[in-house]
Design a binder for this molecule. Sequence first.
Ligand code: TMP
Length: 212
Amino acid sequence: MQTGLAGRFVVFDGPDGCGKSTQSRMLVDWLHGQGVETVGFRDPGTTAIGEKIREILLSPAHEAMTTPTEVLLYMAARVQLWFERIGPALQEGKCVLMDRWLSSTCAYQGYAGGFGMDKVLAVAGVSLERIWPDLTIILDVDLKTAARRLNRELDRMERKGDGYHGRVREGFLKLAEGRPDFSIVDATASPEAVHKGVVAAVQKMVEAGRHF
Ligand code: TMP
């Protein structure tokens, strides 16, 4: 397992309230238990520039922000994160575990926001050094369960309403269709049951020996 996970790029993604943070923590612990050197980052954020961009994106004061502006800001934060942290960590043979990635821009701005997934991919193509991770785990959750988990003050993206967030979920499922580098895990179950599904997806990637 150790060698199979060195230099691998794994992403957790899904609708708001899908339980990414809990599952990231559980997977990091599991990977450390397997002797795999792992680093975890959040997108948008992690770098000084990325955290400032995150603040701009999520501030409820910025109601006027257009979808194309969102696309460019999310991408800018990601470019910086790759350059400062992800690229170097993968080079050092570490396993990189991401909280969100380009799959979010596809589902939120591309699909739910109507910008178009193809256009998101075109922007990514001219901005990012690497577009797709080795494995993207989509934690799939229905709107009701997700809303129950978000019992705090909502940020600008979370306030976009049920219609938008229903389309976000649909967008993730469409993006994952027929792709061996994506795995959909039912995230409505208990954290332990979801973790089992996540570990199974990681083991499958290692067994398949896939590198993207
Ligand atoms: P987080 O709270 O899960 O870290 O994500 C921040 C918010 O930004 C969340 O509502 C999802 C949204 N988002 C996008 O709309 N597009 C993106 O490309 C990313 C990475 C996040």
